[in-house]
Write a protein that binds this ligand. Structure first.
Ligand SMILES: Nc1ncnc2c1ncn2[C@@H]1O[C@H](COP(=O)(O)OP(=O)(O)OP(=O)(O)O)[C@@H](O)[C@H]1O
Ligand SMILES: [Mg+2]
Length: 249
């Protein structure tokens, strides 16, 4: 029973003045501790809703959602939400500062992460002085500062241009694996899902139901997201998932 997330027969209905929207329909899935999984599905099918339920921001209408962790849940979004008037060091420390937990030890941890992930020369810089990829890295470090066991990533690379996106998803994927976090990545990008994940959950169009699960096994030495793309099995996974996402089938 080393599942860190267990969802059983979960449905979620949004109630608005215009009526009810069934966003998630009888979804069951589980995620093991330390796994990196991706969730792919058609636009508007209910992916962000599922992350919000896991984060505890939304209560499921029916069903059971268990998240077995004592630590906080890290959430990273498409937009980095760095504060432009705070330098990178102060942005990274913001969460602990608000909680009044910013000790010398935690500051050293911030320096260490910034150093390890190539931002130590930019501690005093402001977000506007950083590239899109560096900003996303800073946002990830800010999330890691809170020592979450689980990271929820909702299209975290989609605001970046294609070239940057490739290298940033490679970097961020490598960091998350090195820090041994459980990660749940929502993405539209099939290649990104395969290259980063141990498992890909494919959803139907709204209301989201589980359509299929792919265990990703790639022949690649020292598998990094970038090297995964060159593995011989990559293309077959891509084609199969692509077909599954075709809404006409
Ligand atoms: N707060 C809300 N109130 C009412 N309906 C909502 C709310 N949030 C989402 N929905 C509806 O629920 C459905 C699923 O939305 P959700 O944002 O989870 O989809 P998604 O798969 O993340 O979409 P995208 O691919 O565009 O990011 C959509 O039909 C959406 O309009
Ligand atoms: Mg979404």
């Amino acid at each position: 029973m080393n599942n860190i997330v267990e969802i059983k027969d979960m449905s979620l209905i949004y109630n608005t003045p215009e009526g009810e929207t069934l966003a998630v329909d009888n979804l069951s899935l589980s995620i093991k501790k330390g796994e990196f999984v991706a969730i792919v599905g058609p636009s508007g099918c209910g992916k962000s809703t599922i992350l919000s339920v896991i984060a505890g921001l939304l209560k499921p209408t029916t069903g059971i959602v268990n998240v077995n962790t004592n630590s906080i849940i890290g959430y990273m979004l498409q937009k980095d939400y760095l504060f432009e008037w705070r330098n990178i060091f102060d942005n990274v420390c913001l969460g602990l500062e608000i909680q009044k937990k910013l000790t010398e030890e935690e500051k050293n941890y911030a320096h260490k992460l910034l150093e390890q992930y190539g931002l130590s020369d930019f501690e005093k810089s402001y977000p506007s002085q950083l590239s899109g990829g560096m900003r996303q890295r800073a946002a990830l470090i800010r999330t890691l500062m809170l020592k979450p066991e689980i990271l929820l990533l909702d299209e975290p690379f989609s605001a970046l241009d294609y070239q940057t996106r490739l290298s940033v998803s490679d970097e961020i994927g490598t960091i998350i694996k090195k820090e041994k976090k459980t990660a749940i990545l929502v993405t539209h990008d099939i290649s990104e899902a395969i290259s980063l994940s141990d498992k890909v959950f494919v959803l139907t169009k709204r209301p989201a139901k589980l359509k299929s699960i792919y265990e990703i096994n790639l022949t690649a030495e020292n598998r990094t997201p970038m090297k995964s793309r060159e593995a011989p099995e990559f293309k077959d996974y891509f084609n199969n998932i692509w077909k599954e996402l075709d809404v006409h089938v």
